[in-house]
Write a protein that binds this ligand. Sequence first.
Ligand SMILES: Cc1ncc(COP(=O)(O)O)c(C=O)c1O
Length: 513
Amino acid sequence: MVQKEAGGANDLLDCASSAGFVYSARSSHCSFCSVRKDEHGVLAADNVLDLIGDTPLLRLNQRIGKGIIPSVYAKLEYLNPGGSVKDRIALKMIEAAERSGDLRDGGTIVEPTSGNTGVGLAIASALKGYKCVFVLPDKMSQEKISLLKAYGAEVVVTPTNVERDSPESYYSVADALTRQIPGAFQPNQYFNANNPLSHYETTGPEIWRQTGGKIDYFVAGVGTGGTISGVGRYLKERNPNIKIVGVDAQGSLYTGSRARPYKVEGVGEDFIPATVDLELIDQWETVNDRDSFLLCRRIAREEGVLVGGSGGLAVAGALRLASRLTEHAVIVVLVPDSGRSYLSKIYNDEWMRDQGFLGLFEGSIRIGELLQRSGVDRTMITVETGELVRKAIDRLHAYGISQMPVLYAVDDGEASESDDYNAANRILGVVEERGLLERIFRDPTAIDAPVGKVMDAPLPVIDAGGDISSLVQVFHGSASGTVVVDDGRILGIITRSDLLDYMVHQHLLKEEY
Ligand SMILES: Cc1ncc(COP(=O)(O)O)c(C=O)c1O
């Protein structure tokens, strides 16, 4: 977008750079980015690599950060040509290798990567005429493989379930290919100093300029640590009071004592890479998968910005930090990539539900509450094994219910209130209207038999504190109902039709966000 300066002559123009710096029509290029005026006087980039960087800031205080005192700005790195922050490091690592002689004309770039760094390397290689071979584990989606191939890269797929140092792992295969292919170069973002350097030279200065030096906090998710270390070093050199805040995925080793699996991609590690400078990080926030993904969905719906999981994680960390601050401050949080790469996960309701990140029902309720809402008071309506079938049928009718649990008998003399509390352990079976009818039809004398002789296998037992989504699993099988218990006490039975009734009246499948 090129605009005339308000009220001014035609010679002062806003550069296409999103940082909004003024371009003078009398010179031939913008002083802050690589966009130039061509021989026709048209302001345009010469190639797509010139469009890397100079990403804009978006203020989040109107909607997602409404009501918080500090100003929170998101740096939208997904607006880079390859859709992520990694375009910056890919170009820098390639240019450095060209200068050092590690990469020569017609050379081949080999990298064990499945994601954004691969795209950045593939774009730069397309323009510079290098071949690219990416080694990916076979758990990666066809979508990611197709994306890399679209830029002309070759993809080698290796098995996922092998140790990092196995010869079959994608790291080992990438190392072997680098040794075997003449003129091959492996950038290795985890060990390459040009990774943080690219952020020291570009991302850091952009943020300093965009905030007019007023930034107080820089917040970023930490993967290789290149972003936070490069930006952090630059900003602290300009003003040592600026605080650098790392956001870690719950389950990663940066803030956890033991690495555990998690779903947010691109951030957190199970080892400490050479590219991170932990001394620069003043404080950490740890955010779990659920909070990261639910916030992604809110950001899309409220801000109209589709961010990846690590963006949701970083913004969650920034908002948490902001909500603790009682004075005004300027917070910049980096959003590394776009949600487009995660449509089948974060933005897919079924996947989110399968992972347990999304409740099945609006404002999902507990099982005990559903029992209360279902109206009929079925508290502790049970029958003991020794009671007669005739009596059991009378009780079913008296309470207007179709089934009840059968408990083993407690000796009369010993029966006490505490029996209620242990009732769940006394369940031996169930009697059900339909089953009883069939039984008596076949053998009319069954009406005077003890219940224990005619009962069916017990219904599944479920805890009243569980989320009602877990009922769906129970009713997947043949059970027509389930006994709800709380601390050993039987609260009642929930049937399939209770759940269906609730679904119909609660506008099933609305989300929490
Ligand atoms: C999607 C995504 N977010 C965040 C990061 C973290 O950035 P850095 O590696 O600079 O710490 C990465 C890095 O791989 C990434 O791919």
